[in-house]
Design a protein. Sequence first.
Length: 41
Amino acid sequence: MIGTTAIGAVVYLLATAIEEGRGLSLMNGILADSAYRLLSA
């Protein structure tokens, strides 16, 4: 349940960055890092 919430938060932040049209590479890096940490936990 916690992992799902964390993924939802990351996806929300990524969508916000896309809408604002900035920080996309940074957000993609955070998304990849977060996904890796959640999957390897």
